[in-house]
Design a protein around this ligand. Structure first.
Ligand code: GAL
Length: 423
């Protein structure tokens, strides 16, 4: 029987028929997730998110498509190429606001997920203003938030400050900050750690400083066109940003944001103005809150919360739509929000989670989110279109070389003029 040619032929025919079927079946059990979460803290948090998903939707193989580089500045061009080429991942990381709506929804790369909000009771669980203002187009919702970062945080090395006789209170003014910088400089320590091998990290320092001068009302006015980008207050912020450069670590342009945080941990620099994804790095390195590192709102920004939220989308034509829907459902679950954000440094976007599961930093950030004025980040794609963000990054880059305040302000005036929504 083994040699029966008919049976052999039949068997191979059967195998041929089976092959595409079984490989398709295997393929269906995949999920491709695209993000830029590759630093130590980010990768650990992403992994936790995967683990929650795996328990909720077992048997699906996750393809972890990451492109390294903070803020997604290296990832987004890769994603754009894939989307334009009709080769989308099933789901990808995005900031809400302009980035989501302008770059992905408008060109038709996303499928609405409004039904998930209805079927999972998310209408009540997520902050309505965020969902409506930053993630909705034509009454359809296009993303679910994994967490909300606070952008305007000034981190410090507690022991290094103590050693140099510097005390930081609940808030810090620019005068107090520069006094601390001078003390550190006299002791031969670069006060401010920056890792701007990718320029966004310096743009973020500028964004935080700008908010510290113009306040939340000024912020709204700038992005609505009621205040001009060459307003004396903007120029004052540019001046302060320029002054900060005197205290920055000399190797800043060769470091990434997380390497700058590492330098802070090692006591090579004292402060770093960075969103609270930095918290994930401290946690990953087993550092203790307050004992090893501390935080305060970036000078002048207490009372405001720069939102840097992370959402995930559903691709139009997602190769594995069912798994992608389950992934999004999982992200929106309490379990995922509590597990992921503890590691990531962000706070859960859901407002009905168990606060007691979170540590002191998160309690502080959750309190701030509840009572402070929220503003959308420009550097992280929410407040203005991509072209304006690009112009801001370019202007920051140029300013670090020419230190020309008027040039900086004028470049932003020009960019706002060309970008109607970011007047
Ligand atoms: C932000 C993102 C955060 C964090 C950070 C640094 O854009 O929202 O989750 O990853 O970049 O990479």
């Amino acid at each position: 029987m083994r040699n029966n040619p008919y049976l052999v032929a039949l068997a191979s025919l059967f195998a041929l028929l089976q092959a595409p079927l079984s490989s398709r079946a295997a393929d269906e059990n995949k999920l491709e997730v695209f993000s830029w979460w590759t630093s130590g803290g980010e990768a650990a948090a992403l992994d936790a998110l995967f683990n929650v998903y795996k328990t909720q939707d077992p048997g699906v193989e996750i393809v972890n498509a990451t492109v390294a580089g903070g803020g997604g500045f290296a990832a987004r061009p890769v994603l754009q190429t894939r989307l334009a080429g009709g080769n989308p991942p099933d789901t990808w990381q995005t900031h809400p606001g302009w980035e989501l709506l302008g770059q992905y929804v408008e060109p038709g790369y996303c499928e609405p997920i409004t039904d998930l909000y209805k079927s999972n009771g998310w209408d009540k669980a997520f902050p309505k203003e965020l969902v409506v203002n930053l993630m909705t187009k034509d009454r359809q919702i296009y993303a679910v938030l994994a967490g909300i970062h606070r952008g305007n945080v000034l981190w410090y090395n507690t022991k290094l400050l103590e050693k140099n006789g510097i005390k930081v209170g609940d808030t810090i003014t620019y005068d107090q900050f520069f006094a601390a910088c001078d003390k550190l400089k006299a002791a031969g320590i670069p006060a401010l750690g920056v890792g701007d091998s990718q320029i966004w990290a310096s743009a973020q320092l500028f964004e935080n400083t700008l908010l510290g001068v113009v306040g939340s009302k000024g912020w709204t006015d700038l992005f609505s066109g009621a205040m001009q980008w060459d307003d004396p207050k903007v120029k004052e912020a540019i001046k302060l940003f320029g002054k900060m450069q005197d205290y920055v670590n000399p190797d800043h342009s060769s470091l990434s944001w997380d390497q700058a945080i590492k330098a802070l941990m090692e006591g090579k620099v004292a402060f770093s103005s960075m969103g609270d994804w930095a918290y994930g790095e401290f946690l990953k390195a087993n550092l203790k809150e307050k004992e090893d590192f501390g935080w305060v709102s970036h000078p002048g920004t207490a009372g405001s919360f720069i939102i840097v939220a992370d959402g995930f989308t559903l691709a139009k034509g997602a190769p594995h739509k069912e798994a992608a829907l389950n992934w999004l459902k999982s992200i929106g679950s309490k379990e995922a929000q509590e597990t992921f954000n503890r590691l990531k440094g962000s706070i859960p976007a859901r407002t009905d989670i168990d606060r007691s599961k979170f540590d002191a930093y998160h309690q502080w950030s959750m309190d701030s989110f509840a009572k402070d004025k929220p503003v959308a980040s420009c550097v992280h794609g929410e407040a203005a279109p991509a072209a304006f963000l690009q112009a801001l990054n370019d202007a920051v880059n140029t300013f670090l070389v020419d230190k020309n305040i008027d040039n900086f302000a004028n470049a932003l005036v020009q960019a706002a003029r060309e970008s109607p929504s970011a007047k």
